[in-house]
Design a binder for this molecule. Structure first.
Ligand code: ATP
Ligand code: MG
Length: 392
């Protein structure tokens, strides 16, 4: 517990004053053990949620009923959230939604968690309760399912992807053979998951640690054709990763799925921004090391530097002869010229509104770029008005 930030520990002490039986659960226990930065602090309690709400409120602590139906309330202390969930036991699951009931049995609650390393709890004295050998697994770098892996995957197939994500983060050496077998046998269950959940896990895998090893492991388990039916190009992905690219999930995905990626974006319901960014990364033109600063500036006028850098990474992965590092440094240092006028400026200068405004702007922009982006606002406006005058 002394590894927690003082403000957090202080907040927990306030919670423990009301709910002395509360324990830290899940990721926070695991990450305190390995000294990893703590994302969020989750607690569990044997009391039903209404009682938790009442108790905290009586002490003047702000509580929000964030998920009463599944037993969760959130205490807000010094504007930081603490999720407090009543211990649960699974009654039945249909592979997507669990039906749960409250329990006061800590081991039952631990048994419904996915992996042994995620199933530990820690009480107010700092004692760790580890029902399934999570501490040893964590030390050995083993990601092991709690209970029967085949059943646990049938309950929730997202656990397949969570297995790979946590293996990337905590795994060492060979992956658990039983888990791998069960995953291979049940890969088709991934098809039944909501695409939003799949994409959110996949994103974290690609941007996470050891992404390349994880992709190899997923390939070995045979899930790639199910996960990415558009076709995964693992060798290209490996070449990209060999250059140590930034932890940008879309860039990495652009190499892993170089073709039919628009289909993939549609299937996985990417946000508009994500789909556009992926498409832009895979588009031409690619900045090349031999380009002059002026040429690069010209490219930058149309395309943000992170997209151009992504194109150079992908190009480098394809044709490893191109040295992208120096190029990307130059891209990062170049100032991005901003086109100085907008439609509004034309209208203010007396131009009639209408579809011709957009066309004129486009023509002026081309003219501005061809001139090395040096023309200022006044010059661009003057040229624009000339074009307007020449309109039929
Ligand atoms: P992270 O650092 O990635 O947030 P985490 O362990 O906190 O890791 P969460 O997804 O936030 O992971 O889930 C919190 C806890 O809830 C997990 O540690 C695990 O005990 C349990 N859990 C989450 N998702 C599942 C699942 N699909 N099946 C079983 N248990 C789960
Ligand atoms: Mg978490």
């Amino acid at each position: 517990l002394h590894r927690l930030a003082p403000a957090r520990l202080h907040a927990l002490e306030q919670i423990w004053a009301v709910l002395p039986e509360a324990r830290l659960v899940g990721g926070v226990v695991r990450d305190l053990m390995v000294g990893r930065a703590i994302a969020d602090v989750d607690l569990a309690v044997p009391q039903p949620p209404e009682e938790v709400m009442q108790g905290l409120k009586a002490q003047g602590i702000t509580v929000v009923p964030t998920g009463l139906a599944h037993g969760t309330v959130t205490a807000v202390i010094d504007s930081a959230p603490y999720e407090i969930t009543t211990l649960r036991r699974d009654v039945e699951t249909d592979g997507r939604h669990a039906v749960v009931c409250w329990t006061d049995n800590w081991q039952e609650d631990a048994a419904r968690r996915d992996f042994t390393i995620n199933a530990m709890s820690c009480d107010s004295t700092g004692a760790v309760h580890d029902y399934f050998g999570g501490q040893q697994d964590l030390a050995e770098g083993t990601v092991r399912f709690v209970g029967d892996v085949t059943l646990r995957i049938q309950e929730d197939a997202l656990r397949i992807l969570r297995f790979f994500r946590f293996w990337g983060r905590y795994g060492q050496g060979r992956a658990d053979a039983q888990a791998m077998q069960a995953i291979t046998a049940q890969a088709a269950l991934l098809n039944g998951l909501s695409v939003e959940r799949v994409w959110s896990e996949l994103k974290r895998i690609l941007a996470g640690p050891k992404a390349q090893d994880v992709v190899y492991l997923m390939q070995q388990a045979g899930i790639l054709p199910v996960l990415l039916p558009e076709g995964a190009n693992v060798p290209l992905f490996a070449r990209l990763m060999a250059f140590n690219p930034p932890a940008d999930a879309l860039l990495r995905l652009a190499a892993l799925v170089p073709n039919k990626s628009a289909d993939m974006a549609r299937r996985l319901k990417f946000s508009r921004a994500e789909a556009a960014r992926l498409k832009a990364m895979q588009a031409e033109p690619v900045p090349l090391p031999k380009m002059s600063d002026a040429q690069l500036r010209h490219l930058l006028a149309d395309t943000p530097p992170d997209i151009l850098a992504a194109r150079s990474w992908l190009h480098q992965a394809r044709y490893s002869d191109v040295l992208g590092e120096e190029l990307r440094q130059r891209l990062a240092q170049l100032e991005i010229p901003v086109f100085p006028i907008a439609g509004r400026d034309l209208l203010e200068a007396g131009c009639q509104p209408g579809p011709h405004v957009g066309q004129v702007l486009k023509d002026v922009r081309n003219w501005w770029q061809q001139g090395g982006c040096s023309a200022d606002k006044q010059a661009c406006l003057a040229y624009a008005l000339e074009l307007v005058k020449a309109l039929p």
